[in-house]
Design a binder for this molecule. Structure first.
Ligand code: ZN
Length: 493
């Protein structure tokens, strides 16, 4: 065995450097903000003026004004009802990034996160200045929060023309669509973020895992081809997913990439902007989506950092495709093998129940109804209950009216429920007012709907033949012997 000479030794050292370089590029990622830093950045900069998801256009105006010194604020135009749509620009760098939120008025989660992000970008002296400098010198960011103010003020999807803006990218009927298209055309961003919310009922395909954040690099043609523009969006999404998997393991789904020729995301991708769709879904115990707002802040900041440092180049489109797909199979309540009687015979059926939201008084009430029944093995319930041996039973109205709603305590309501009454009447009340009792409250009607077939309103009992064991009130499951604490979002009928 002969000794190696000096040249060979140098080559060996070079080889070692090369090996460790490879390791950095593949096993370890480029230096970036850790999850704990992203969380800290959020907690220190959360916009305190926004506390729930039904804020209005007017609520945002003082917040936009507050940032007028650090951002270039511009009125891009007005909505159908004449409300101003603003953009906020930040940074002096060569790479242009555009983010727009709430083209669907009832999808407000990302708008909250953008205002948190404005606070973060404007702050200083908190340990994040180096990052801010990197972002500022590399990026020019244009934010357009709340592109659909008319829909947002009614907390509805569509604009004041009842047009879905996400089907108006080409026809350009709506002023809001003209504004968004105009901003893209004049700014010509290299990267775009299309910020939405999706229903809370999405799951990771074939699993009961609820999807909290959906991602998509939208397709730009029916063939779902991947060009360089779309590939970059995919790479950034991989980096965002790596952040999310640390805080919501398995809570991320990939949205369907079928091409929609009228949609903004698909077309902006087609026009040459690497476009990323973020859809905020649901998270148990977070009805106002404040935790999901934080997740939005974290992944948007992560994505901006990836773009500024080109950190996304370490990721591959294969990694993107390995993110699991979304499915839409979650329900609020799944009841298994409840007996129903038809034609004197008994049949065991599973019921899938969702509690749909209706806007009211800056909040909402729910209406529980049957989505589907029979073999429900492909549905997953946030709550799942075994009803084998129990039979569907109708409830009654307690006929003696109460003077006022305040006379009915929760305890009183549970007592009546146990006696077979699913509804009470109240004299001095207004139909349409909200309440949080576990029982139905009637003012303008003598009866309430019930049933177990598809579309039926879910107000019924489950009986073991001698005793009422459980009540289903508006889709809420109530164990009559041992009712748990839960928030009932109800309305007076
Ligand atoms: Zn949407």
């Amino acid at each position: 065995m002969k000794l190696i000479n000096r040249n060979q030794f140098s080559l060996f050292l070079l080889f070692l450097v090369f090996i460790s370089g490879c390791k950095t590029a593949t096993d370890n990622e480029l230096p970036h903000l850790e999850v704990s830093q992203l969380e800290q950045a959020y907690e220190e900069n959360k916009e305190a003026a926004i506390t729930h998801r039904r804020f209005k256009h007017a609520d945002l105006q003082p917040l936009i004004e507050k940032h007028a010194n650090s951002f270039k604020v511009e009125e891009l135009g007005k909505s159908v009802e004449g409300k101003s749509i603003f953009s906020l620009d930040w940074g002096n760098g060569p790479t242009k990034v555009m983010l727009w939120s709430q083209m669907h008025g009832n999808e407000s989660t990302a708008t909250m996160a953008l205002f948190d992000l404005f606070n973060f970008l404007e702050a200083s002296g908190d340990g994040f200045d180096e990052l801010r400098t990197t972002l500022k010198e590399n990026l020019h960011i244009k934010f357009i929060p709340m592109i659909n103010p008319d829909g947002s003020d009614k907390f509805q999807r569509r604009n004041a023309l009842d047009i879905d803006l996400n089907r108006d990218a080409i026809s350009q009927i709506s002023p809001e669509a003209i504004i968004l298209k105009g901003a893209r055309d004049s700014f010509e961003p290299e990267f775009g973020f299309n910020l939405h919310d999706q229903q809370i009922y999405y799951n990771v395909v074939n699993t009961p895992q609820q999807v909290t954040i959906s991602v998509l690099a939208p397709g730009y043609n029916y063939e779902r081809d991947v060009n360089d523009v779309r590939a970059k969006a995919m790479q950034i999404i991989v980096g965002m997913d790596k952040v999310l998997q640390q805080v919501i393991p398995n809570g991320v789904g990939k949205y369907d990439d079928s091409f929609e020729p009228r949609a903004f995301g698909d077309n902006i991708q087609k026009w040459g902007t690497s476009t990323i769709l973020i859809e905020s879904g649901g998270y148990v115990g977070d009805p106002e989506k404040q935790y999901i707002r934080k997740l939005n802040f974290m992944i948007i900041l992560n994505a901006l950092e990836q773009i500024a440092t080109k950190g996304y180049e370490q990721f591959t489109t294969e990694q993107y495709f390995s993110i699991p797909d979304n499915d839409l199979q979650m329900v609020d309540l799944k009841i298994e093998e409840m007996n129903v009687e038809v034609e004197g015979k008994t049949f065991p059926v599973d019921l899938s129940i969702r509690r749909g939201e209706t806007n009211a008084e800056d909040t909402y009430y729910v209406t529980g109804s049957v989505v589907d029944l029979g073999d429900m093995q492909v549905y997953f319930g946030f709550e799942e209950k075994d009803a084998s041996g129990l039979t569907y039973a109708e409830g009654k109205v307690f006929e003696t009216p109460f003077e006022n709603l305040s006379e009915i305590t929760s305890e009183k309501a549970y007592e009546l429920l146990r006696e077979g009454f699913l509804a009470v009447k109240v004299k001095n009340a207004t139909a349409g007012d909200l309440h949080n009792l576990p029982i139905l409250v009637l003012q303008s009607t003598e009866t309430f709907p019930s049933g177990w077939k598809t579309g039926s309103k879910t107000n019924f009992y489950l009986s073991d033949g001698t005793e009422l064991k459980y009540a289903v009130v508006n889709g809420y499951w109530i164990d009559l012997a041992n009712p748990k604490d839960q928030l009932f979002k109800q309305v007076i009928y």
